[in-house]
Design a protein around this ligand. Structure first.
Ligand code: B16
Ligand code: MG
Length: 217
């Protein structure tokens, strides 16, 4: 039976994507890398190092490890500065209502974000205490689409993967949920997330009833 629901962060509970994009764009401009809003689509749900690798590939440029690490730190500094403007107003509509319904049904709530800034973000959104467990992206070996972060989150909640369901907005995230042996709820269209088991346009549209029936499929 279903015991826990594991949420992705960016694109599911809040929209940090624009701030990630602006930070990558500033880095690309400063280093003469080819990058724009269109190219940014490929970075959705991809971890920090994986994102920089994609940008460098697009430019056809290679950098030595020390420079690569320095560029990651530079991007993150820009992103973290932008997070200072975050408040509970940045939480997507309907999240608190959904969390309250999950709690009332006796379900646990977990967070499985690729972001190493996830704890800071949920604290600023005012929902840090809502989670039974927040998986640490820095502590898992393989990033999404590998199942590691979802498995770590289930384990941290004291649940087995088959007792959990995952909620994601990125294709790599849906793949990670399925690889973990969980049912996957997609936030977005069927075209964008062809592999998801059910689709809702936004988190505010997702109900406890849909979660419970998705689990039974
Ligand atoms: P950080 P999610 C992901 O968050 C973002 O979608 C992705 O754009 C970002 O590169 C990644 O987190 C890593 O973030 O640089 O803060 O560690 O969708 O998995 O919540
Ligand atoms: Mg996401």
């Amino acid at each position: 039976a279903l015991k826990g629901v594991i949420f992705d962060l960016d694109g599911v509970l809040t929209d940090t994507a624009e701030d990630h994009y602006q930070a990558w764009q500033a880095l690309a401009d400063a280093h003469g890398l080819t990058f724009d809003r269109e190219a940014n689509h490929a970075l959705k749900g991809v971890d920090r190092a994986g994102s920089l690798r994609l940008i460098l590939e697009q430019t056809g440029k290679a950098v030595e490890p020390p420079k690569f690490e320095a560029m990651l730190a530079e991007k993150n500094a820009t992103y973290v500065a932008r997070l200072r403007g975050y408040s509970p107003a940045n939480l997507f509509a309907g999240v608190e209502r959904l969390f309250a319904a999950l709690r009332a049904a006796g379900l646990k709530i977990g967070l499985a974000s690729a972001s190493r800034n996830a704890r800071d973000v949920v604290a600023r959104l005012g929902i840090a205490d809502a989670f039974d467990f927040i998986a640490d992206a820095g502590a898992v070996t393989h990033p999404k689409p590998a199942p590691d972060i979802f498995l770590a989150c289930a384990d941290g909640m004291g649940l087995s993967p088959d007792q959990c369901i995952g909620v994601e907005d990125a294709r790599a995230g849906i793949t990670a949920i399925h690889a973990a042996g969980m049912v996957a709820i997609g936030i977005g269209s069927e075209e964008a997330l062809p592999d998801a088991d059910i689709h809702v346009p936004a988190i505010g549209d997702l109900t406890l009833g849909q979660i419970l029936s998705a689990e039974q499929e």
